[in-house]
Design a protein around this ligand. Structure first.
Ligand code: UDP
Ligand code: MG
Length: 320
C-alpha cells in the first residue's frame, strides 16, 4: 500500500495549527482504516520562518504523534511557493504519494480521499478545483479570476480555480524537482510535468482561524519590492510608465481630434501630437517588456538555492 504524505506550508499559523493537525490526522486514520494508504503515512508541516509559536506547536505535535506528524523548519520566511517546494522535495524521498494543502483548512480535507482514489485509478497528478468562490470577498474573487484569465491569454497552461491543493505521485515529484528555476510558479510548472491527471471539485470554506497571510499590502509590497531585488525594479517602472503613457495617448488622441474638428489648430499639429504620445508610450512599453525578460534571466543565472532547511523532524525509522 502507498505511503501518503500531506505537506502543509505554515506561516504564522499558531491559531489553526492544532486544528488542522487534528483534521488531517483524522483523514489519515480514516484512509488507513479503509486500507487506501499505508499505516506509516504522515503529515509534514513546513514552518516558513513564522514569527509566532507555529514551530513550537509543530514540535509539540511531533512529540505527541511522532509517527504521524513530521516537521520541517525553514531558516527564514521564503514565501508560500518556496516553503511548499521545500516540503514536497523533502517528502518525495519518504512517500509514494503527496498531497499539498494550506494550513488554514479552507480546502476541503474530505476530498483527499477522492484524490487518493484517482491515484489508484492511475492518475499521477490530481488537482483540487474550487467550485465557487462564495466565501471570498468580491475583490479577492475579482483579482483572482482576472489572474487566471490573464494567464490563459498569455499562453500559460494553468488549471482554472485550482490553487495549490493537489495530489502528486512520487514520480511526478521527482520530475518536478528537476525544474530548477528560481521564479517558481507551481501552478504553471505542474501541468508541464505530464502523466495522467484529473480534477476533484470542492467548495472553498472560510479560514478556520487567523487572517490571510496574503493581505493586499503584502501583495503590493511584493509587487514593488524591487530595489532590494537588484536592478529589475527600474524595468518595472519603465513598463508602468509605458502603460500610463499609452493610456494618456488615447486621451491626447481624443483631445487632438476634437481640436482638429473644432478647427482652431495649426495644420499638422494633430497628427504630430498623436504620434508623439502614442509612439513614446509604445516604445517605453516595449523596452519595459524586453527588460522584464532580461531581469528574469538575470535572476535565473544566479542559480541561488531556493530555500535552506534548518532542521527536519521525522521518526527514527525513516531516513532522509
Ligand atoms: N504561507 C507560507 N508562507 C508565507 C505566506 C503564506 O507558507 O509567506 C502559507 C500559509 O500559512 C497558508 C498558505 O501559505 O498555509 C496560504 O496562505 P493564506 O491562506 O494566508 O492565503 P489565502 O488563502 O488568503 O490566499
Ligand atoms: Mg487560505
Amino acid at each position: 500500500m502507498e505511503r501518503l504524505a500531506i505537506v502543509v506550508p505554515c506561516y504564522n499559523e499558531e491559531e489553526v495549527l492544532e486544528m488542522s493537525s487534528e483534521a488531517l490526522r483524522g483523514v489519515l486514520d480514516d484512509l488507513i482504516d479503509k486500507r487506501k494508504i499505508s499505516v506509516d503515512s504522515f503529515i509534514m508541516f513546513v514552518n516558513d520562518g513564522s514569527k509566532d509559536k507555529t514551530w513550537e506547536l509543530i514540535e509539540a505535535e511531533h512529540e505527541k504523534y511522532p509517527y504521524q506528524v513530521y516537521g520541517v523548519k525553514l531558516a527564514r520566511n521564503v514565501g508560500h511557493q518556496y516553503a511548499l517546494t521545500a516540503g514536497l522535495i523533502t517528502a518525495a524521498d519518504l512517500c509514494d504519494i503527496c498531497v499539498s494543502i494550506d494550513a488554514d483548512l479552507q480546502d476541503d480535507v474530505s476530498v483527499i480521499e477522492y484524490m487518493v482514489d484517482k491515484y489508484h485509478d492511475g492518475c499521477d497528478i490530481v488537482y483540487g478545483v474550487r467550485k465557487e468562490r462564495k466565501t471570498d470577498t468580491f475583490f479577492k474573487r475579482f483579482t483572482a479570476q482576472s489572474f487566471y484569465k490573464l494567464m490563459a491569454h498569455m499562453g500559460v497552461n494553468t488549471i482554472y480555480n485550482h490553487a495549490d491543493f493537489r495530489l502528486m505521485s512520487c514520480r511526478a515529484l521527482r520530475q518536478f524537482s528537476n525544474y530548477r528555476e528560481y521564479n517558481l510558479f507551481l501552478r504553471g510548472i505542474v501541468p508541464l510535468i505530464g502523466y495522467k491527471t484529473d480534477c476533484v471539485y470542492y467548495d472553498r470554506k472560510e479560514r478556520a482561524a487567523g487572517v490571510s497571510k496574503y493581505p493586499l499590502k503584502k501583495m503590493l509590497a511584493l509587487a514593488f519590492d524591487g530595489i532590494s531585488s537588484f536592478s529589475t525594479r527600474p524595468i518595472d517602472l519603465i513598463l508602468t510608465v509605458g502603460f500610463v503613457i499609452v493610456f494618456l495617448s488615447f486621451i491626447a488622441l481624443l483631445y487632438a481630434l476634437v481640436s482638429y474638428f473644432t478647427g482652431n489648430v495649426e495644420p499638422g499639429w494633430t497628427s504630430l501630437i498623436i504620434s508623439i504620445w502614442f509612439l513614446g508610450g509604445l516604445q517605453l512599453l516595449a523596452i519595459g517588456l524586453v527588460g522584464k525578460y532580461v531581469g528574469k534571466t538575470y535572476i535565473e543565472v544566479k542559480h541561488r538555492p531556493r530555500y535552506n532547511i534548518e532542521k527536519v523532524l521525522t521518526d527514527e525509522s525513516s531516513e532522509i
